[in-house]
Design a protein around this ligand. Structure first.
Ligand SMILES: [Fe+2]
Ligand SMILES: [Fe+2]
Length: 394
């Protein structure tokens, strides 16, 4: 019997959320115990993921952990981007024209006529990241990532979606939009700054889920949410890769992390530009007739609210909202006594590293309906990458 994605969400979501903090605690407890007895990295449940009994040979354990975590993240990215591409992309992975979901494609093109091509290109990039990292790990005798057994979530039933099991759930996302202010502010989360939500997107679909015809305002809201979600995902990668790079030991591993990480930043910049069109004329203002979710025109000063912004940020309200200010505004870095500088942020591991990334994906509700064993294995991979440390020269 086929079950709708949102039905899965409502039935399985609660146990996952409730067990989350205990799962993190369990993972960390187990790792510190194994460290204590000199077995860190051995006999972890995460090894169940891997196809064969190969042991890491030519890479240090830390470097293998970093690349394996990157491969896990890229597998997740590839899965979600493939769903977006089937419904909204211009071409498939073999460059054949993709019919997609015509209403969704039209709504995406209202944001930018090139959206379908950009979605296809981004999808190809993630697939290439995933496949390269896995092949590189294998070439070094290290274990790659294979999440095939967890591709169990029901696909969208809308026309255009392939009927394969999925790793990620795009049907009921809660998208953190605070990154929008983070990149416009002169304050830095690594120095303690906090930012409010630009718009509250709570348990919303980012793709059409059924064959039912949707009101124009509803399919446009779904496309708008997708564009915001694209930027959310890619800003996460923009922080993650420099953080992983800081932990790398081998110069070739460092080169891989910096080279892929640069493309995540490229993706982020692109989507930051496109999502801004959801909050600018002529598309904005728009209210979803079904949910009431409203996309205001944020270039209109009347819509530039101060709520939740810090006192410093309140002094630059228009800069905090202006939709075409898509390049990172200079912000504090390292010390408030140094001049502001345009940078990727955060780059402290606790704020954007492996464990923070997995937590952000969970909070995004990407894994609603997933097997708790998958979440715990992902946490294990994150905790191993988190503690991989560069052997610094004295
Ligand atoms: Fe990627
Ligand atoms: Fe990416």
């Amino acid at each position: 019997m086929k079950t709708h994605v949102s039905e899965i969400a409502s039935t399985v979501e609660q146990p996952i959320v409730e067990s989350l903090s205990s799962a993190w605690k369990r993972v960390i407890r187990r790792r510190s115990f194994l460290h204590g007895i000199g077995l860190a990295g051995a006999a972890l449940p995460a090894t169940k993921l891997f196809a064969g009994p190969k042991q890491d040979q030519k890479l240090s354990k830390g470097d293998a952990d970093l690349l394996r975590f990157a491969a896990a993240i890229e597998t997740i990215e590839a899965d979600l981007w493939q769903q977006y591409n089937e419904l909204g992309g211009a071409v498939d992975h073999n460059d054949n024209p993709n019919p997609g979901n015509p209403a969704y494609v039209t709504a995406l093109q209202n944001l930018d006529t090139d959206m379908p091509q950009y979605i296809s290109d981004n999808t190809d990039d993630e697939i290439s990241h995933r496949d390269f990292l896995n092949k590189y790990l294998e070439s070094k005798g290290a274990q790659p990532i294979d999440f095939t057994m967890f591709k169990t979530l029901q696909p969208s039933q809308a026309s255009g979606a392939a009927q394969n099991g999925r790793l990620t759930n795009l049907g009921t996302l809660t998208v953190d939009t605070s990154w929008y202010f983070r990149y416009r502010s002169s304050q830095n989360p690594d120095l303690g700054a906090k930012f409010p939500q630009l718009i509250d997107i709570v348990k919303q679909p980012a793709i059409p889920l059924t064959k039912a015809a949707l009101a124009n305002s509803t399919i446009q809201a779904i496309a708008n949410i997708a564009s915001i979600h694209f930027a959310f995902i890619e800003q996460g990668g923009s922080s993650l890769y420099p953080i992983l790079a800081l932990k790398a030991n081998d110069s070739e591993v460092l080169r891989i992390l910096l080279s892929i990480g640069g493309v995540e930043i490229d993706h982020f910049s692109l989507w930051h530009d496109k999502m801004g069109n959801a909050f600018a004329g002529p598309l904005a203002p728009l209210t979803d007739a079904g949910t009431g979710l409203t996309f205001l025109d944020f270039n209109n000063a009347a819509n530039q609210h101060n709520s939740g912004l810090s006192a410093v940020d309140q002094q630059a309200t228009s800069q905090l909202f202006q939709t075409n200010l898509i390049l990172p505004e200079p912000c504090q870095f390292l010390s408030s006594s140094l001049p502001p500088v345009s940078i990727i942020r955060p780059t402290i591991s606790a704020n954007g590293g492996p464990m923070a990334t997995v937590q952000a994906f969970i909070d995004d509700r990407l894994f609603v309906g997933q097997n708790p064993a998958f979440i715990e294995q992902l946490m294990d991979l994150a905790s191993q990458a988190e503690t991989a440390d560069r052997q610094r020269q004295q």
